[in-house]
Structure formats: structure tokens, C-alpha cells
Design a protein around this ligand. Structure first.
Ligand code: ADP
Length: 270
């Protein structure tokens, strides 16, 4: 499912036993347009690296045939581009899977602090390579909620990866878990996990569109970092599935805080 279709047929009875369906075509057309845009975006994202790779292959066959230095450099670029295409296809599959599961409530008991500790440990070498110190706060006792553990790992891994890719200039990454007695957005108690960085931050005008598929603040920089533009779209759908919220608090030059808010649904109370 790449676009949600919300065509509501209105059955109208005409005479005996016959019904016709009146479709709201404006909604159908909008869904169709979204699907077309999506296909165009995917095609463009795949075509750009492919075109570059074909160009390099031609150069290697022709003018750079005996140039060893050029060959090594071109092979490096081609390897990088191929790896990015591979990631793009994996993330497209992941997005499709997450979207198709969005309506199914997750049912596994997850120990959130334990899960967070695991993600932080996995990301530690990347943080070290980026010369970023990770500081954790409030991640201690066992706290259980109902969730999909693999998907929640994906959420926190994506957000930490982004903080390391785009927010590493501050040399700091915070992972903070806290309990909210009453979260108005969820009308009840919740757990909040903040992923904080002190990097360049994001201009306010971009924030509302940040979780759209393929939306990137700086396309060139994101591509160079190996980004696909799908990470936050996947995060959004997973959080939706958990009936949670994503809050993004950022300002240019001030770093960013991405907050995942999950309803506290202690297994024994469900
Ligand atoms: P990408 O694969 O390009 O990283 P995402 O959907 O994960 O795609 O993120 C979308 C865009 O949001 C990124 O291209 C980047 O411009 C911006 N972004 C995400 N996280 C941060 C952050 N912590 N600091 C600054 N910009 C960010």
C-alpha cells in the first residue's frame, strides 16, 4: 500500500434491488495523484544514481581505461551509490510493511529502558567515530508497555542516526526517558523519549513537512550522507501504530529535540 485510498462509496437505492455507488471522485483523484507523485519520486531517486553509474562505466571503458587512480575513485563512488540504492529499496519495503501494519495494534510486552539501552549500545561505535558523546538519562528500572520491539528499535535507531548525521557538530547526543503523568495529546499517562542534539538545527519552515516521504532540508547534504529521505516517514507510521506522537522541537543554530511520546499501557492493565 503506497497511498491510502479513502473512497467512500455511497450506496444509493434505485428501484427494486438495484444500487449504484456514488464515488467521491475528488478524493479518489487526490489519492491517485499522491500515488503518481510517489512513483515519480521513487523513479527519480533510483534514476539519479543509475545515470551516474552508467556514466562512470562508460568513462572506465573509454578515456579512463588505463588510469588506475581514476578507476579506484570511480569504483568507490559506484560502490557508495549502489549501497545507497540498496538502502533505498530496503527502506521502501520497510515503509510498505509498516504502513500495511499500521491498523494492527502491537501486542508484545516491551521493556522500554532495556530496549533503549540496546539501541544506544548498538550506536555507540558510530557516535564515537563522529566524536559525539552520548548521555543517557532516566533509563533505569524496567518499564513495560505494549509495542512492536523491532519497530520501536527502528524508531530510536533512525532518530539517533539522524542526530549523528545532521547534528553531530555539537559533539553531544542526549537520550532521555521520562514519564508524563498526563499527556494532553494522548489524554492519559505516557512515556516520553527525547533524542537531543546540539547541531545546526532545522529552520522552523521545514518542521511541518519533515516526516513526508523524500522530504529533505538539504537534499545534497542528505544524499552525501547516504540518506534516503524515508527515515522519518517510517518513524511516523510506527509511532502512529503505537497510538503515540512525535514532537520535533528545533531552531536554526540551536540543535534539535525529537520526542517520541508513547501511551503508558502497562500490560497487566490492558
Ligand atoms: P534522510 O534519509 O535524508 O536522513 P529522514 O527522513 O530521516 O531522511 O530525515 C529528513 C530530513 O530531516 C533530513 O534529510 C535532514 O535534512 C533533516 N533532519 C533529520 N534529523 C535531523 C537532525 N537531528 N538535525 C538536523 N536535521 C535533521
Amino acid at each position: 500500500v503506497v497511498a491510502e485510498i479513502t473512497v467512500a462509496p455511497l450506496p444509493v437505492a434505485i428501484g427494486k434491488g438495484a444500487t449504484i455507488a456514488v464515488l467521491d471522485l475528488s478524493i479518489a483523484e487526490e489519492a491517485e495523484q499522491m500515488r503518481r507523485d510517489f512513483v515519480a519520486n521513487v523513479s527519480h531517486e533510483l534514476k539519479t544514481p543509475l545515470t551516474a553509474m552508467i556514466g562512470f562505466i562508460e568513462t572506465l571503458r573509454g578515456p579512463a581505461r588505463h588510469d588506475e587512480k581514476a578507476r579506484d575513485r570511480f569504483l568507490d563512488i559506484m560502490e557508495r551509490e549502489a549501497a545507497r540504492m540498496n538502502r533505498l529499496v530496503s527502506e521502501l519495503l520497510s515503509l510498505t510493511r509498516v504502513q500495511s501494519e499500521e491498523r494492527r495494534r502491537p501486542t508484545t510486552e516491551v521493556d522500554l529502558p532495556k530496549l533503549l539501552r540496546g539501541v544506544v549500545a548498538t550506536m555507540a561505535p558510530t557516535a564515537e567515530a563522529a566524536q559525539v558523546v552520548i548521555e543517557v538519562e532516566g533509563i533505569s528500572d524496567s518499564q513495560r508497555l505494549l509495542g512492536d520491539p523491532d519497530q520501536l528499535v527502528q524508531v530510536f535507531q533512525n532518530l539517533i542516526e539522524n542526530a549523528l548525521k545532521y547534528g553531530s557538530s555539537g559533539g553531544y547526543l542526549g537520550v532521555r526517558m521520562r514519564r508524563i503523568d498526563y499527556e494532553p495529546l494522548l489524554r492519559g499517562p505516557a512515556w516520553a523519549v527525547d533524542i537531543l542534539d546540539r547541531g545546526d538545527g532545522i529552520d522552523g519552515m521545514h518542521l511541518p513537512r519533515l516526516t513526508e516521504r523524500f522530504y529533505r532540508v538539504d537534499t545534497h547534504r542528505a544524499r552525501a550522507q547516504g540518506g534516503t529521505g524515508l527515515g522519518l516517514a517510517i518513524v511516523k507510521h510506527i509511532i502512529n501504530r503505537h497510538r503515540g506522537r512525535l514532537r520535533i522541537d528545533s531552531a536554526k543554530g540551536k540543535g534539535s529535540t525529537f520526542t517520541v511520546i508513547l501511551p503508558e499501557s502497562v500490560a497487566s492493565q490492558v
